[in-house]
Design a protein around this ligand. Sequence first.
Ligand code: 0RQ
Length: 497
Amino acid sequence: MLTATRYPVVTADEAAAMINHGDTIGFSGFTPAGAAKEIPTAIARRAKVEHEAGREFKIGVITGASTGDSLDGELARANAVLFRTPYQSNKYLRSAINHGETRFFDMHLSMLPEATRYGSLGKISFAVIEASAVSEGGEITLSTSVGASNTFCNVADRIFVELNEYHSSELKGLHDIYEPKDPPHRREIPVYRCNDRIGSTTLKVDPKKIIGIVKTNRPDEVGGFKETDAITQKIGENVSSFLANEIERGRIPKSFLPIQSGVGNIANAVLGALGKNPSIPPFEMYSEVIQDSVIDLMRSGKLTFGSATSLTLTPAMLEAVYNDLPFFKERILLRPQEISNHPEVVRRLGIISINTAIEVDIWGNVNSTHVMGQNLMNGIGGSGDFTRNAYISIFTCPSTAKGGAISTIVPLVAHLDHSEHSVQVIVTDQGVADLRCKDPVERAREIVDKCSHPDYRDQLSAYFENAKNGHTPQTLGSAFAMHQAFMEKKDMRGVAW
Ligand code: 0RQ
């Protein structure tokens, strides 16, 4: 490992001792991949001691997206998070947010770095960045994600590096670090193909800003995936046959288009199904996350290139990649999230976006973030960056949740993340609703007939078929009756309008 000697080697507790109550910290990490691990855990230890002594101790936490338990989980359990942005997925942090103990504001992931640079998020006191190597001259080779680490290091005066020996020492060349210029006269981001390299292989910082190196040897805290079940498999098959049919009809080029796919079990199943469909040619990804299924597709030759901002792999899969690194370095590029998710590039490349909804209404609006319109689940993540700008934007979800007691198709979403103007295709285990060029009533029929669960189909049709109120026949007095039924009797079935 390239370990420069000029920097002070400190323990995580020594680093945490330099951080004050009220400081805002930019931590590396996009999903648990490449997330800082040692220092946040030490800050949580410090917070507990301070709280026991009757002193306030909370920090502002900014990251790329979600992180691992040793960051979000440890800090939330220590009640040490003043505010948090953007996307998170930790159950302890989620609980603190929903109980009003931690302020959380959501952001499109592509916009976080710019907001950080221009000071909208206040002063960033420290950057805490995981790296696989650091040189005497301040060249940092990141690990399994880029996220917003480049921006955090640029804006912070003081940088701690967690030098993680778990990662391969050969990662240089996997990353492409580039930051856009200032507006208003900035030029285009010169990514014209998924594999275009536009920046540098290392993150270059003023070496004087690196005030401590914490050595560690720990894997990313990436959990395993649930086995594909009948529902997720059906969703995957529905997406892949829809796209194959679009090629057949000439609405997608025969050479196909780059794919963006969200994270989680459904995304895994969708990618698996794309891989198995013989009518879909070998393709590329321009996405934010590379997860286990992507690696399998690369090995089989079905996926020829993957551009993303994180390598979110289970430890066994990451080890397999490290054992075959020359093969994967030719096929993977990790960019800052500002570039991987940039609307300009998404539109230019003609990306097919595939993200997950919590619920969808019959008009095509999507809620990806709030349960019953109230409790935050995870956040919008990159779904807005891609959906609004994609060539074809797809949302997937199972047709029901909580054992059938919740219909994910509802008269009106209880929280809006993606509007009917940006959402083009809905896919559930029941089928595919193509909303393009349909008016609101045609969309409602398409979504209810093709995507809703049979238990809810008549109920949902009855909501709009007899209404005569306007272009979008919404009935304001009963639009949330299904949500209210669930909150009162834990079941959305049997609502009469
Ligand atoms: O809860 O496990 O307690 O039953 O939500 O749902 O079906 O396991 O699916 O893990 O893929 O998560 C939208 C949250 C889906 C996620 C969301 C309950 C359900 C379950 C999880 P239980 P599943 P997933 C990528 C880009 C953000 C937008 C995006 C997400 C739990 O995919 O955060 O795609 N997306 N961003 O039971 C009540 C409903 C429900 C419901 C599901 N209608 N009402 N509960 N659940 N639907 C991210 C990045 O950019 C990094």
